[in-house]
Ligand binder design. Structure first.
Ligand code: ATP
Length: 299
């Protein structure tokens, strides 16, 4: 299990990460979320022992993270960092050796992974001649060639088409099933929502929301009612508990203070003739993210 305990990181006088704590269990997918500059990459670098926290500590399976431990960690960095003059095979032999693997093991795993990612024919090709998406696959393979116990994925889907996003997702879920702990960062909340059981949202290096996604959704009081049909927006806005009404292409979305006000909206809808559908929904992670980040900036 990964334990991040009260880590703070200063760059000079600037506090990039502020007293952050979280745990990631075996086989769990954890989302580290935040707007640009929130401190995600700094946190990943501290976990990988590339930089040290100013205070606090990080352990993996009870041990401080050292070179032995990083052999068992995979890191897909946000900046793509392939050795593009090498062939795919040469790159993998180099990366695998850095993770203390012998050549036979690397080549055996590489054949399996190239097949899984459907790029077997590129094994002897120079990386510079591959498309962006295929380079991304090679980079992902580099991150998992050591069969990591902990895998850090910084924006793993950037630049991928929808078919390859599906492929990456299924590989990530297979790794989770095998017990790999995964930390994942993305600006795409719909991806996070599909994957992460647990998450933290950072604002200026500080956690503003953390926990299991299902609890976060349950605890977030504001709910949404989607309505299809003919409503009068200004009347609807006057109903008790209604915060706002948004008109979308095919429906209306009504945000209410909490679930108990749903009945007031439903009462209003009974007075209208042409309502074809209405439904009470949980807020999306994107809505919660925007609200929480906005609140923190407003402080
Ligand atoms: P993004 O989503 O844009 O990748 P991030 O959440 O990964 O952002 P970090 O790269 O961790 O954010 O940066 C956090 C803050 O620390 C930013 O304000 C950044 O400018 C600052 N920072 C990062 N690295 C350094 C450094 N080496 N020296 C000084 N400041 C730094």
């Amino acid at each position: 299990m990964l334990k991040v305990n009260n880590i703070t990181k200063y760059y000079g006088d600037f506090k990039a990460v502020d007293n952050l704590s979280f745990n990631v269990n075996k086989g769990e997918i954890f989302g580290l979320l935040g707007v640009n500059g929130a401190g995600k990459t700094t946190t990943f670098r501290m976990i990988m022992n590339l930089i040290s926290p100013t205070s606090g500590n990080i352990t993996f399976n009870g041990k401080k993270i050292d070179y032995d431990t990083t052999d068992k960690i995979g890191f897909l960095t946000e900046e793509r960092s392939l050795l593009t003059k090498l062939t795919v095979k040469e790159q993998m032999l180099f990366y695998g050796a850095l993770k203390s693997l012998d050549e036979k093991t690397i080549l055996k795993r590489l054949d399996i992974l190239l097949k899984r990612f459907d790029i077997e024919e590129y094994k002897e090709r120079k990386i510079s001649t591959l498309s962006k998406g295929n380079q991304q696959k090679v980079q992902f393979i580099s991150a998992i060639i050591n069969e990591p116990k902990l895998l850090i994925l910084d924006e793993p889907f950037s630049g991928l088409d929808p078919i390859n996003i599906e492929l990456f997702k299924s590989v990530i879920l297979e790794l989770k099933e095998k017990g790999t702990s995964i930390i994942f960062s993305s600006h795409r909340m719909d991806h996070v929502e599909l994957f992460c059981e647990k998450l933290v949202i950072l604002v200026k290096g500080k956690s503003v929301l953390e926990g299991y996604l299902k609890d976060i959704k349950k605890d977030y009081k504001i709910k949404k009612i989607k309505i299809e049909g003919d409503v009068n927006i200004s009347d609807l806005k006057k109903v008790k508990g209604v915060i706002n009404v948004i008109k979308t292409a095919s429906s209306y979305e009504v945000n209410i203070k909490d679930e108990t006000y749903a009945k007031d909206v439903f009462e209003y809808l009974k007075t209208r003739k042409n309502i074809t559908k209405f439904i009470l929904e949980e807020p999306s992670l994107e809505e919660i993210f925007i609200a929480k980040v906005g609140e923190a900036y407003g402080e």
